[in-house]
Design a binder for this molecule. Structure first.
Ligand code: HMG
Ligand code: MG
Length: 305
């Protein structure tokens, strides 16, 4: 497809709510299981169809996610909603299965340095580690989503060539991940680079199997989402109240706020099934628990209106 070609806007977009995982994983203060459960239940009530609830990673690496099994045990699961968890290896996958998790996600990086810092191994080793996990998931009929981090820049290596992202994404896809989410972990991407990235990765992977995961560090996430829509991407990860950051990417801010993405999509007449006011209230509640201001511009405007 020639650069500059604009795809028609979709009628429906799926938002993957990553607030309870990506949003909370970086919080240093203790957050009770009850507060995490309440957040997930509030998000379910707001109409999210996909919620990443937690992760089964080493508690030494990410202590905040240590209670994920308890969170899964206590949330009210609504039929039709997917409640997923991040799993870095077979050990994490098995723990997730014991906790009754329906769907998991694996995560690799497009940059070697970030792979080492985040999961303590090379990109190739991480992909090797996923093989037994993918085999177990296939046997048990569990769907696996794949993330690629640092797709528009790395905190340690700087520029990351789109071809390198495509190489990692293709391997995850070939391994059996049903969808590949491209993560701008440090939020340095711009709309032009976002389009070029999806154009490159979309040569081998169908666009309806790709998703965008934008952190908002440079305030470009909404522009990048709009650019992605023009490239035919219809799934976006976002975090209520713009919570979060990555523990292994210094200075990375939270994901784009779900409320702000919803406002954008509502304005374009794109259906998501999510109710804005309920979502704003879910964000307001968790922000008061954390004692911090709401990172969603829409929520702040709504509050002062
Ligand atoms: P390692 O130290 O190399 O692992 O860590 P190991 O296999 O040598 O095991 C060391 C210890 O960890 C052992 O315990 C294992 O049992 C334990 P010990 O014998 O010392 O007591 N262990 C585990 N414990 C619980 N659950 C597990 C598990 N695996 C091993 N699954 C490892 C390697 C991958 C485990 C570690 O580096 C890790 O957990 N990293 C997680 C990092 C992380 O969660 N980062 C944030 C998520 S990624 C992200 O935010 C980006 C994303 O949002 C997209 C984007 O924005 O780009 C997805
Ligand atoms: Mg992230």
């Amino acid at each position: 497809m020639p650069r500059g070609h604009i795809m028609p806007l979709p009628q429906h977009v799926r938002l993957v709510e990553v607030g309870p995982r990506d949003g909370l994983q970086n919080e240093k203060q203790p957050i009770s299981v009850a507060d995490k459960v309440r957040l997930v239940d509030d998000l379910t009530a707001a109409g999210l169809e996909y919620i990443e609830v937690g992760s089964f990673v080493s508690p030494k690496w990410v202590p905040q996610m240590a209670g994920s099994a308890e969170v899964f045990a206590q949330i009210q699961q609504k039929p039709g909603v997917t409640y997923a968890a991040l799993t870095p290896n077979l050990q994490g996958f098995e723990a997730a299965m014991l906790a009754g998790v329906q769907e998991v996600a694996v995560f690799a990086a497009a940059s070697e340095a970030f792979s080492q810092k985040n999961i303590n191994c090379s990109i190739a080793e991480s992909l090797q580690r996923f093989v037994p996990l993918m085999d177990a998931a296939r046997e048990q009929g569990v769907r696996v989503r794949g993330y690629v981090s640092c797709v528009l820049g790395c905190p340690y290596e700087g520029e990351v060539p789109a071809q390198q992202v495509a190489h990692v994404a293709n391997q995850l896809f070939d391994m059996g991940c049903y969808e590949i989410s491209l993560g701008d972990t440090i939020g340095t991407g711009t709309a032009g680079k976002t389009r070029a990235l999806f154009e490159t990765v979309g040569r081998d992977i169908p666009r309806d199997k790709l998703a965008g995961h934008f952190h908002d560090t440079y305030g470009q996430a909404l522009a990048n989402i709009y650019a992605s829509l023009l490239e035919g991407i219809h799934v976006f990860d976002s975090s209520v109240a713009g919570l979060g950051g990555c523990p292994y990417a210094k200075g990375a801010s939270g994901n784009v706020a779900s409320e702000d993405v919803l406002y954008l999509l509502d304005g374009l007449g794109i259906h998501t099934g999510i109710e804005l006011e309920a979502l704003i209230q879910a964000g307001e509640r968790i922000c008061s628990v954390l004692g911090r201001d709401n990172g969603s511009r829409v929520a702040r405007a709504w509050r002062s209106a």
